[in-house]
Ligand binder design. Structure first.
Ligand SMILES: Cc1cc2nc3c(=O)[nH]c(=O)nc-3n(C[C@H](O)[C@H](O)[C@H](O)COP(=O)(O)OP(=O)(O)OC[C@H]3O[C@@H](n4cnc5c(N)ncnc54)[C@H](O)[C@@H]3O)c2cc1C
Length: 354
């Protein structure tokens, strides 16, 4: 398919002058008594004119310009749930020069964070996660050891609106990560993650019905995976790592049999031969600390955070308490930044810079 933008030879100008249409004054407040409320002169109201193709070009030019720009990203975040978006916020705020692409399989970003437990509204966060709410300027009821936001959607929509306003962040939703780009370090034999393989989610869901629907790729220096716990899409990178570890083993190429591997710790990245721990039963006190403390670069170039980490480490599920998701995102941003320069250098040494 030829992208429509390629048919248009005029240069992309995303800074078009804004036209003002003063005849359409719309106020959304009124001092008048109820019966006389009038927010605009609706009789003479008219939208500014437009040609349909202009609408089409306004979208496609920007989308393809973004695809072109972010095909070489600095950081790719897989999954726009609470952990991924919290990390994106901290990363974008600290490093405005980094290009951060967020890939979200669903049409609607936000993951499982639009409701509290059992589809109730309120969202509980144990202290000190309220400090992140303060950072985002989100109101809550202080209940002592924990705080309550009146609706989980208030947390998610505020976080998302702040993340999307950063100029260095692009969210590609309705797009699924189908695989990870790998690099084998020729001297150490170490497997490194150096990007993602993407496709429209609707295509990813139809590989069984149509053949040869090839994906697209994004190169980057660090991937942060926050795809949530196991489900139709969840725990994606963790499951893929396990599959990679099951590839024909050749110790000289860096694959090490499971039994030869030391038990992972939060400070030592795990290598090939990776095995999923699987999520354990619910224990709020253990689970939240374990997720935040365990958030790390799990293999070179891949940081895992949020509930996906419970699948990696075999830690407990936590149920409807969300502080660990936000603070795991904060720690993930720290891990990404600490790994970034080294992984960038390794990638450039391997195949040259972009
Ligand atoms: C039905 C349900 C069950 C829950 N069960 C638990 C539980 O057992 N334990 C618990 O602690 N909390 C649970 N929660 C609470 C809460 O949803 C999660 O703790 C929290 O949302 C996890 O945050 P996260 O950011 O890690 O992942 P999520 O909020 O799940 O976000 C992950 C995001 O990644 C996206 N994604 C996944 N795979 C891909 C891919 N390949 N490419 C691109 N995007 C991808 C998903 O679409 C999603 O938007 C549950 C919530 C719901 C609605």
């Amino acid at each position: 398919m030829i992208p429509p933008t390629l048919l248009d030879t005029t240069p992309v100008n995303l800074n078009l002058p804004k036209t003002s249409h003063k005849q359409n004054v719309i106020k959304v407040t009124s001092d008048a008594a109820n019966a006389d409320v009038k927010f605009a002169d609706w009789e003479n109201f008219k939208f500014a004119p437009i040609r349909e193709s202009t609408v089409s070009r306004a979208m496609t030019r920007r989308y393809f310009a973004d695809l072109d720009k972010f095909t070489e990203s600095d950081v790719v975040i897989i999954g726009a749930g609470s952990a991924g978006l919290s990390a994106a916020y901290v990363l974008a705020k600290n490093r405005p020069e980094l290009k951060i692409a967020i890939i979200e399989a669903s049409v609607s970003p936000g993951g499982g964070c639009w409701l509290g437990g059992q589809l109730f509204s309120a969202m509980v966060l144990r202290k000190p996660a309220h400090l992140f709410l303060d950072e985002l300027d989100i109101e809550y009821d202080d209940e002592g050891d924990y705080v309550v936001v009146k609706h989980a959607a208030l947390f998610m929509s505020t976080l998302m609106s702040k993340v999307l306003q950063f100029p260095n962040v692009k969210l590609f939703n309705a797009t699924a990560v189908e695989d990870l780009i790998t690099r084998r370090d020729e001297t150490t034999g170490e497997l490194r993650i150096a990007g993602v393989v993407t496709n429209w989610t609707l295509v990813a869901l139809n590989h069984d019905t149509q053949s040869c629907m090839d994906p697209n790729t994004i190169n980057c220096n660090v991937v942060l995976s926050t795809t949530g716990h196991d489900g139709p899409f969840g725990a994606f990178s963790a499951k893929r790592l396990e599959e990679l570890g099951k590839a024909p083993k050749d110790v000289t190429q860096g694959f090490r049999p499971q039994e030869q591997q030391a038990a992972p710790t939060s400070s030592t990245p795990r290598a090939d031969g990776f095995q999923l721990g699987g999520m354990r039963g619910l224990d709020m006190n253990k689970a939240e600390d374990a997720i935040v403390k365990g958030t790390r670069e799990v293999v070179p170039g891949l940081v895992i955070a949020g509930m996906e980490l419970a699948e990696v480490d075999g830690s407990n599920r936590m149920g409807p308490t969300f502080g660990a998701m936000a603070l795991s995102g904060v720690k993930a941003a720290e891990s990404v930044l600490n790994a970034f320069d080294l992984r960038k250098k390794q990638n450039e040494t391997c195949y040259g810079s972009k």
